[in-house]
Design a protein around this ligand. Structure first.
Ligand code: 5GP
Length: 198
């Protein structure tokens, strides 16, 4: 038996594409560690600090940037978001797969990261909603955000969707079950890749 190194499954897609649900389910089924991001945005109703995000003040976030604690960070929807190195590197080294839900700017930074462990581990997927109408319905249906926030997210979503050709894989969202089947198939196949077994 050979052991294998961990996979870093990077997932992007506009808010409302369903990507967070996919990532969370993979972690709930203990197929991967979910990288809990830091953010300066306030928690939504029901969100728990340390589970959904590490909710930080802007000052705390900035001092962690200065301390070199982030693998990547970006400004999204007028707030800071970032991935702590501690959420990713040790898990990969221990052979645990890690799933991360980050925006297109963060994805760019991870792709250009010179760390060979990250380069070897990385696969990137873009999740798209089936149509603009469905995306708007999903963003509105969440019921947690004010109208102007939804408008901003819709505008950002359309801009973000132009980036899908930069990814190795793309998933167009259909039903939750179909999406999850495709998503899980991706990581199952990657686990068989010879370069991870050597
Ligand atoms: P939300 O506020 O809806 O939870 O997330 C807004 C956006 O921020 C989503 O596109 C999500 O993928 C992105 N995001 C969440 N965590 C991170 C992170 O750690 N880094 C980056 N670059 N983007 C993130």
């Amino acid at each position: 038996m050979t052991s294998r190194t961990g996979i870093l499954l990077l997932v992007s897609g506009p808010s409302g594409s369903g990507k967070t649900t996919l990532c969370r389910r993979l972690a709930d089924e203990q197929e991967a560690h979910y990288s809990i991001s830091c953010t300066t945005r306030p928690p939504r109703e029901g969100e728990v600090d340390g589970k959904d995000y590490h909710f930080l003040s802007k000052d705390d976030f900035k001092s962690r940037i200065d301390g070199g604690e982030f693998l990547e960070h970006a400004e999204v929807h007028q707030n800071y978001y970032g991935t702590l190195k501690s959420e990713v590197l040790n898990h990969l080294a221990a052979g645990t797969d890690v799933v991360m839900d980050i925006d297109v700017q963060g994805a760019d930074q991870v792709r250009s990261c010179p760390d060979t462990q990250i380069k070897m581990a990385l696969i990137d997927l873009f999740v798209m909603p089936p149509s603009e109408e469905e995306l708007l319905a999903r963003l509105t249906g969440r019921g947690t955000d004010a109208e102007e926030i939804i408008a901003l997210r819709m505008e950002n979503a359309l801009e973000e969707m132009r980036h899908w050709p930069e990814y190795s894989y793309r998933l167009i969202s259909a039903t939750r079950e179909e999406d999850y089947l495709n998503f899980k198939s991706l990581i199952l196949a990657e686990r068989l890749r010879v370069s991870r077994l050597l």
